[in-house]
Design a protein around this ligand. Structure first.
Ligand SMILES: [Zn+2]
Ligand SMILES: [Zn+2]
Ligand SMILES: [Zn+2]
Length: 499
């Protein structure tokens, strides 16, 4: 059957089905339609089927769902299809509705119905460019209103998202970012590209992405060892933003390594280095202090722990305590501290803890020099030192996310065979280094003393030390968390409490 006559046939049949289902009296057919109906033969009246209503329903369902006609591979008429055949009374031709529908399917009639979502460009996805056309069709005024609600960095990101938006918004958003006044917005925009640049690392002095010259081989070195991980023309220039965190007098943590460790956690190992690879253990031969750093990733932030240890004698005079605690070069503590160590009680608490070390009992030879009698208990001083209610509790710096714990413990000195076990002072520091997005992040900047931070409001009840130690299943005994600076006096170097 020719395609034109097929369509005419379907149209006629559909009109008859509608009539069979009842017409709305309010929607009366026109005179022309009524005349056409009278003059045209009604196929439904000529059927020899037994159940015309059921057959009609079946056909209608198959049309609407695209049909299972392709699955009825063999064209052998089913019992049902026999009911659907009818005879044209004028030509005597026997017509089979099922055969007709099969032939329509063969001509792609139904496939054109079901495939409309793919064929219609309005229904296609963004990859076909339909989204671009839709964006391009919006007038400029609307984009001006939309961008009016966005930050500079967001407008630049919008212009960067696709070519259509780039042409729509023009180069202005990017030109605006070049203004030195918009430096913070430029950083926000560039940092948003971080996940798409695994082979590069963002450099804050230059505000560009440098190529990682030692990709995957970046190793944290002591401050004095120059081991650049990218070629930066401004590497030795002074910066307004602190890009290194002081760990001890001879070790710092460059912000680049915080970036690398957190990129590996946030995106993929290819983007950076593992958090575990940052851990270090070293001993300063000048001071006698040994240090152990470890890091932990928690909820998008990098946490740091530094355990600093030094053997300490009992009964030290004030000058001896200072000699033990402070560097002679810059009068900063040998152990790891945040930028606010001068304010508050940290140094007084260390001196208090040192004062609790019991004096060693007289050695056997010293006792025998006085006389023939001696007491063995004299020599064995109690190895467990208990601290007082002032120096024992955990302390939190109110101005940055840093916590401290001071302890006196018996430790082994392998370099002194005559007296191997001695008391040592341990100062443990835990800090939250932030999310590594920028060195302007509140945590990083406040640990360096470059931003204000209310640690008790920001951290809340769960302590940084508790989160850090819970990773290894070590539960820190419940302690009071006190402020490191209970009087909230911030005098810095001008104060008298730090030396
Ligand atoms: Zn650079
Ligand atoms: Zn004490
Ligand atoms: Zn602090």
């Amino acid at each position: 059957m020719p395609a034109a006559s097929q369509e005419h046939y379907i149209a006629t049949r559909t009109a008859n089905y509608n009539l069979g289902m009842g017409e709305d009296s309010s929607n009366k057919p026109s005179l022309k339609t009524r005349l056409a109906r009278i003059l045209k033969p009604n196929p439904s009246s000529q059927r020899v089927s037994k159940k015309p209503v059921e057959r009609t329903g079946n056909e209608t369902r198959n049309i609407s769902t695209g049909g299972n006609y392709q699955n009825q591979g063999n064209r052998r008429p089913s019992p049902e299809s026999e009911y659907s055949s009818h005879v044209d009374i004028q030509t005597g031709e026997r017509r089979d509705d099922t055969e007709l529908l099969h032939s329509l399917a063969d001509h792609g009639f139904f496939s054109s119905l079901t495939s409309e979502p793919e064929s219609n460009p309005r229904w296609r996805g963004a990859d076909s460019g339909a989204g671009d056309q839709l964006i391009a069709s919006l007038p400029n005024d609307i984009w001006e209103v939309i961008t009016g609600y966005l930050s500079l960095a967001d407008v630049a990101s919008l212009a960067f998202s696709c070519k259509t938006l780039r042409y729509q918004l023009g180069p202005e958003p990017w030109k605006t970012l070049q203004d030195p006044d918009n430096r913070a917005s430029k950083i926000d925009f560039l940092v948003s590209l971080d996940s798409s640049l695994p082979n590069h690392i963002f450099c804050y002095p230059c505000l560009i992405y440098h190529h990682r010259t030692r990709k995957g081989q970046e190793r944290l070195k002591a401050s004095l060892a120059l081991a650049p991980i990218f070629d930066c023309p401004n590497a030795l220039e002074p910066t307004t933003v602190l890009l290194r965190l002081r760990l001890t007098s001879d070790h710092t943590l460059p912000f680049t390594f915080v970036q690398l460790a957190l990129r590996a956690c946030h995106y993929s190992p290819d983007h950076g280095i593992s958090v575990e690879s940052l851990a270090r253990h070293w001993k300063s031969h000048d001071s006698g202090w040994s240090h152990e750093t470890s890091y932990y990733y928690n909820k998008g932030h990098l946490l740091l722990r530094v355990v600093s240890k030094s053997f300490a004698s009992a009964g030290l005079p004030p000058s001896g305590m200072r000699h033990l605690l402070y560097s002679r070069e810059d009068y900063t503590p040998y152990f790891s501290v945040c930028a606010h160590w001068r304010d508050g009680e940290l140094m007084n608490l260390c001196k208090c803890a040192l004062s609790h070390i019991p004096k060693p009992k007289e050695k056997l030879t010293q006792q025998l020099r006085k006389g023939p009698q001696f007491q063995a208990s004299f020599h064995n001083a109690n190895p467990i030192v208990s601290l007082c209610r002032e120096c024992r509790p955990m302390r939190r710096c109110p101005d940055c996310p840093t916590e401290y714990l001071i302890d006196i413990k018996l430790a082994e000195d392998r370099n002194d065979p005559s007296d191997r076990f001695k008391q040592a002072i341990l100062v443990t520091r835990w800090s939250d280094l932030g999310d590594g997005s920028t060195p302007l992040s509140p945590e990083w900047a406040s640990c360096n003393g470059c931003a204000e931070f209310d640690s008790f409001a920001a951290i809340g009840r769960r302590t940084i030390s508790g989160i850090f130690e819970s990773q290894s299943g070590v539960a820190i005994p419940g302690q009071r968390m006190l402020s490191l600076n209970p009087n909230n006096k911030r005098l810095g170097e001008e104060g008298h409490n730090w030396y």
